[in-house]
Structure formats: C-alpha cells, structure tokens
Design a protein around this ligand. Structure first.
Ligand code: ATP
Length: 266
C-alpha cells in the first residue's frame, strides 16, 4: 500500500507519455488518486483526459511511464491479477455505453456474468439493488436503453459500474448532455454514493457546477502534463496558469463557485 501524507494512494501515475502518430498528447505526466476522494480531471479539449482514464484502466497502452494500481505495477500484472484488479473498479462512459440489445437489468448483470459465478436469481436480486441505489424505479429494469431518457441511461450505466461493489468508479463526463436539473440530481447521487459506500470517484468533467459542488480535488491537464492539483477553491484563489485562470476565474466559474453564490444570496 502506498501512503502519502497519511492518505492511501490507490492510483499512482508516473512519467506517462503517449502519442498518436506524430501528435504527442503527454510527456512526463504524474498523478496520484487518493482513497475516498472525488477527483475531477479537467483541461482543454484534446488534452487527453479521456485517454488518461483509458490508460489507467488498461484500455490503452502508454508509450512510456508507470501506472500503479492499488500499489501494484500495472506492467507486471499477470492476466489473473489484472482481472482481480478490474473487479475493484467500475466504469461509466459518456453515453452510458449500454448494450442496446440488452435490458437494463441484463446490462447491470454483464460484469457479474464476466467475473462472478452466481445463480440467476441472485444476480436479479443484486441488479435490482443496484437499480435502487442509483434511483431508478423497478419498472426501468426491463426496458431497453433506447426506451430511457438520457438521465436514466446515465443512471443505468452507473448501476452497471457499481455491479461488483467497486472501490473506485471512473466517470467520463457524467453530466454531459443532461439538463441542469438532471445534472444537479446526478451530482447529488455521486456525492451520496461516495459518502455511503466510501467510493473513490475519478471523473473527467467540464461541468463547473459539478466541480464546485461535489469535487474534493481537481487535477488540471495542460501543456502535456498535470500542471496543478488542488481544491476547486484553491485553484480559483491562486490560478497560477493561464488556462486555470481562464477556466476558474471566468464569469461561468464565478457564478458556479459557492463563494459567489453566497454573495448573490446575501
Ligand atoms: N484511438 C485514437 N487514435 C488517434 N488519436 C486519438 C485516439 N484517441 C484519442 N486520440 C487523440 O488524442 C487526443 C486526446 O483525446 P481525448 O479524447 O483524451 O481528449 P479530451 O481531453 O478528453 O478532450 P475533450 O475534452 O474534447 O473530450 C485528441 O487529439 C484525440 O484526437
């Protein structure tokens, strides 16, 4: 187990480099993710936020660098050890990435079928439990993804990400495409799940409301590296990089930040 300042590091990334053809997206990227935190990865378009999530979860191979997963070096894992690690996290891709030919219940059971050996009745009970956890009504269980609203699809995707009782959930733009009320509801759901299940949440997001209301820490991807980490308030108070200044001190950020909201209310 890696501990840094008394906090357990569940993911440690060091010296990561990745290019697609002649286009280098990072060079020497470092990042730590601590157990129990809600971490937002932010940065301009094309900085490699989604690719970083894919590298950490083993879907994309970096050109250089190390990825430590729960204190183990990803490069040296046997296929069996990697499978064991994959059971410890859940993934929610942008559009929910549900299988369109499967019902919601069947979608939630996909990871269970892959990793567990349980009777169907038990998988049904577990899947209904996950459905309730994400605030979906039982009637949604037998619907196909195309029969759900965008917000319901996200929740169904989250239920699938929670199928194996993970320690970490990776969320790629969880509130993208949701209306403001749906996005706020989803923010609250993420915070509630993190608090009740003790989850670590790693999310890629552009949503300033999400950042200010639910994220404990932000990591900023710019200039091919993580240029800064800190709480949203710290980044707003001391924006020591042009992109951070533009993003965290612009009009939209000021409107989303709790300090400004208090000022508006008083
Ligand atoms: N499989 C791939 N093949 C070639 N290029 C890729 C591939 N995947 C990603 N890229 C490129 O890598 C860069 C980073 O992509 P990524 O989707 O991670 O950016 P991002 O920071 O998440 O952007 P956005 O905020 O716009 O979603 C982009 O220039 C993208 O075109």
């Amino acid at each position: 187990m890696i501990v840094d300042n008394g906090r357990e590091v569940v993911i440690r990334v060091r010296g990561l480099a990745k290019s697609f053809g002649s286009h280098q997206i990072w060079d020497g990227l470092n990042l730590d993710v601590y157990r129990g935190e809600i971490l937002a990865i932010v940065g301009g378009s094309g900085q490699g936020k989604s690719v970083l999530m894919r590298v950490i979860t083993g879907l994309v191979t970096p050109d250089k660098g190390d990825v430590g997963l729960f204190g183990q070096d990803a490069k040296t894992l046997t296929p069996e050890a990697r499978l064991e690690i994959e059971k410890r996290w859940g993934l929610l891709f942008q559009d929910g990435a549900l299988f369109s030919s499967l019902t919601v219940l069947q979608n939630i059971q996909v990871p269970m079928r892959e990793h567990l050996d349980l009777p169907q009745s038990m998988m049904d009970d577990l899947a209904f439990l996950k459905l309730t956890m994400v605030g979906l009504p039982p009637v949604a269980a037998h619907k196909f993804p195309s029969e759900l609203s965008g917000g319901m699809r996200k929740r169904a995707g989250l239920a699938r990400a929670l199928a194996l009782d993970p320690e970490i959930v990776f969320l790629d733009e969880p509130t993208a495409g949701l209306d403001p009320i749906g996005a706020t509801d989803f923010d609250h759901l993420i915070r509630k799940l993190q608090q009740t299940l003790g989850l670590t949440v790693y999310m890629v997001t552009h949503d300033l409301d999400t950042i200010f209301t639910v994220c404990d820490r932000v990591a900023v991807l710019a200039d091919k590296q993580i240029v800064r980490t800190g709480s949203p308030a710290e980044l707003q108070r001391q924006p020591n990089h042009p992109w951070i200044k533009e993003y965290f001190c612009g009009e939209r950020a000021r409107a989303a930040s709790p300090t400004e909201q208090r000022r508006l209310i008083v």
